[in-house]
Design a binder for this molecule. Structure first.
Ligand SMILES: C[S@@+](CC[C@H](N)C(=O)[O-])C[C@H]1O[C@@H](n2cnc3c(N)ncnc32)[C@H](O)[C@@H]1O
Length: 261
């Protein structure tokens, strides 16, 4: 893969997961672009568009209109700043998005959803439907929290999804691995959380839970740790991570615990 194609892929991944536009570093890409002759520059810009705004995933699962507008505005400005001709289709895509915004504001009042796509490996992408609000539908759902910032090996792993309310449901089938991200945030639900973890771990020998928690309040986390001890759930190991998605976002402190019975 050439360095230029690599740069486009990097940008595409960032765009799909709605990485903050202002934190995207385009220096290297603009430097490469400025060295191309006219035809190659046009082709490169088309490729940029196909890998972001016109990406096949985006046709079905788009980031917010505002995000796409900001992204295109930045891209167009950067290309103009190096005195290159910007392809018509970039301008056209931008004006299309501006008119979509006008239509949407007429229809305000309803919740607007967007999609974030995470490219975990060349053949593995995960798209999540989200709102831009931290609180929605009475809970913290519909938003990717920081402890998702980590991915785990997936090959040869069978994954199934079931709805499970910790306060009223029971774990029906056995599972080898339990993954939980950003679920330790409210002392009121820590007790049912620990009980359901214990129930899941008791379903098969060697079952292991990995719980990633962003430490926002040390007392809340201590409450979780104490509840594990009092319910005989063992903390086999614990790793500590500093995480920052992009320069303009806040640094988080994340603890990943490996739990077993
Ligand atoms: C901070 S969010 C984290 C969501 C997701 N894991 C992530 O990292 O983006 C906390 C999650 O705990 C879930 N939750 C809270 N109480 C629950 C309960 N009683 N049963 C099941 N899930 C619950 C919420 O619905 C929410 O999805």
């Amino acid at each position: 893969m050439t360095a230029m194609t690599e740069e486009i892929q990097k940008l595409s991944k960032r765009f799909l997961k709605m990485y903050p536009v202002k934190d995207i570093d385009l220096k290297l890409m603009m430097n490469n672009l400025s060295k191309l002759d006219y035809d190659d520059s046009m082709e490169y810009q088309e490729k940029l568009l196909r890998s972001t705004i016109h990406h096949p995933i985006v046709q079905k699962y788009p980031p917010t209109i505002l995000y796409r507008q900001r992204f295109l505005k930045r891209l167009i400005t950067e290309i103009e700043d190096i005195n290159l001709e910007v392809i018509d289709s970039l301008y056209k895509a931008y004006t299309n998005l501006l008119s979509q915004e006008n239509r949407n504001t007429e229809n305000s009042g309803s919740i607007s959803y967007c999609y974030k796509t995470y490219c975990l490996a060349p053949e593995l992408t995960i798209t999540l439907k989200e709102t831009q609000n931290i609180i929605s539908e009475g809970t913290t759902g519909m938003f990717t929290w920081q402890s998702d910032g980590f991915s785990i090996p997936y090959k040869d792993t069978r994954v199934s999804v079931k709805r499970l309310d910790w306060t009223s449901d029971h774990v029906q089938s056995s599972c080898d691995i339990v993954l939980a991200a950003d679920v330790v945030y409210d002392t009121e639900i820590i007790f049912p959380l620990v009980l359901i973890l214990k129930e899941a771990l008791g379903k098969s020998d060697g079952a292991t839970a990995y719980v990633a928690s962003t430490i926002r309040n040390q007392d809340t986390f201590n409450c979780f740790r104490n509840a594990l001890v009092s319910n005989n759930v063992k903390v086999k190991s614990e790793s500590h991570h500093a995480y920052q998605e992009s320069p303009s976002q806040q640094k988080s402190f994340i603890i990943i615990m490996k739990l077993m019975l």
